[in-house]
Design a protein around this ligand. Structure first.
Ligand code: FAD
Length: 441
């Protein structure tokens, strides 16, 4: 059973033309549409299922700078401010607050890594505090244990995954944009080597600019036009417990388990980085690119089952535009949670935080996390197909940086000064194998 999700009504009639069509109503697509609509462009946002129903409602809700890769940190910092601005400017509630994130550890190597990151981050203006043994034990008093050390990042925060993307989509409509649920984009038409239209299951929209923000579906969509985007998804399992536990930190990470307060007062519980690989043909296609990533994370990854093949998001097939496509056969990617992992997560969480002993499980679910080979998102226009801008491969970090990513997309489309340096994100870096180090989770 997936987490509950805010339901919104959307625009019934498809426009005949638009300045920009955004494909994918997750946090990235909704924020891209929002910043485009704010600039006065006529925007149509297409979602094959329900707004926010895939990764963007299945995550922990962390919006963090803490421990971010240097390539992504500027976008993370800007995004925190944009989350705040969005609430003020739109009047919509995403549940965002700078509640601070707490990391606790008894492992000297882990603490040394956090200290190194802290030195670097303070150098670029990020507020982050290393905690000594006494401070960490005080911050972590809900565990009733003593801790060797930790980190508290007071300017980081969380937003509510069960309402953020729908709230942003509603703001798009308030600005005059159109939002279409249950409307898959099947493909593109081109004229003179440039995008000229989007073909959807409900009709065609003339446009010169398309943003592909389809999350785990992006690579198979790009493949329809001969564009190569190395992408692979892993299945992460997660659960929530009902409200009732008192005195817990708003957001706590430990190596054993992490806990995050939800909008309803309950907690989301998960084991950081732990996931299953459900093999797909696309994964075999890009396997050599992902060797460094999987080698770095092998301790947390386990083989999965055949559902990745069945769900169709990583298909290698080519589809026709006049027939239902894999996106219509699977409106919402809703993979099975790993039962053993759910039980282990709950056991660890109750052992770590005794206040959770009496709070019943309210939901357990899984999500496919779409990743690039270096763990950094791919955002930019393809030179092979002018007018097609990719924004996908958010590698487990896309919720928090959704606003910054959407803003960058709007900057690229309108030719405005980019909110952050776009170079580290350009998808062309993935064409060779010289993209640099794999980012930490
Ligand atoms: C268990 C879990 C925990 C996570 N924790 C965090 C966290 O704490 N912090 C964080 O920052 N990130 C976290 N993430 C990652 C984060 O959720 C994702 O990076 C982010 O939501 C990606 O957003 P997106 O908009 O790119 O993709 P999605 O949310 O997956 O949205 C893509 C949408 O595109 C639609 N679509 C695809 N193809 C088409 C098409 N052809 N036509 C129409 N619609 C289409 C899909 O239906 C989908 O709704 C976590 C992820 C998971 C699964």
């Amino acid at each position: 059973m997936p987490a509950p999700l805010l339901h919104i009504e959307t625009t019934p009639a498809l426009p005949k033309e638009a300045d920009v069509v955004v494909i994918g109503g997750g946090i990235v697509g909704t924020f891209a549409a929002y910043y485009l609509a704010r600039r006065g462009l006529k925007v149509a946002l297409l979602e094959k299922g329900r707004i926010g129903a895939e990764q963007s409602s299945r995550n922990w809700g962390w919006c963090r700078q803490q421990n971010r890769d240097a390539r992504e940190l500027p976008m993370a910092t800007k995004s925190l401010a944009l989350w705040e601005d969005f609430g003020r400017d739109s009047g919509e509630d995403t549940g965002f607050s700078r509640c601070g994130l707490l990391y606790l550890s008894n492992d000297d190597m882990e603490l040394a890594g956090w200290a190194r990151w802290g030195e670097f981050a303070r150098g670029v203006g990020v507020t982050t505090h290393m905690l000594d043994q006494k401070q960490a034990s005080e911050f972590g008093s809900a565990s009733g244990r003593s801790w060797k050390g930790g980190v508290f990042s007071p300017t980081d925060g969380t937003a509510d995954p069960s309402r953020a993307a729908p709230a942003v989509a509603r703001a798009v409509m308030a600005l005059g944009g159109s939002v279409h649920q249950m409307c898959a984009a099947r493909g593109l038409e081109t004229k003179g080597g440039r995008v000229s239209a989007v073909v959807t299951e409900a009709g065609t929209i003339r446009t010169r600019t398309v943003v592909m923000a389809g999350g785990a579906w992006a690579s198979s969509f790009c493949r329809q036009f001969g564009i190569r985007f190395p992408q692979a998804s892993i299945r992460a399992s997660i659960l929530s417990v009902a409200p009732g536990a008192k005195g817990l930190p708003a957001a706590l990470h430990t190596a054993a388990v992490s806990a995050t307060r939800r909008g309803d007062g309950g907690y989301t519980l998960a084991i950081s980085g732990r996931a299953r690989i459900d093999p797909t043909l696309q994964q075999f296609r890009f396997a050599r690119h992902f060797v460094p990533m999987f080698a770095k994370r092998w301790r947390s990854l386990a083989p999965g089952g055949l559902e990745g093949m069945k769900s169709g998001h990583e298909t290698l097939s080519r589809w026709r535009l006049d027939r239902p496509t894999p996106m219509e056969h699977n409106r919402i990617l809703d993979p099975r949670p790993d039962r053993k992992q759910i039980e282990l997560t709950l056991e660890r969480a109750r052992a770590l935080l005794p206040a959770l002993a009496q709070t019943p499980v309210s939901a357990a679910w899984a999500g496919y996390i779409d990743s690039t080979p270096d763990g950094v998102p791919a955002i930019g226009e393809f030179s092979a197909l002018p007018g097609l801008i990719l924004a996908a491969g958010f590698s487990g970090h896309g919720f928090g940086i959704g606003p910054g990513a959407g803003h960058l997309v709007a900057d690229l489309v309108t030719g405005a000064k980019p909110i952050v340096d776009p170079k580290p994100y350009h998808p062309h870096r993935l064409n060779g194998s010289a993209w640099g180090e794999v980012a930490e989770f």
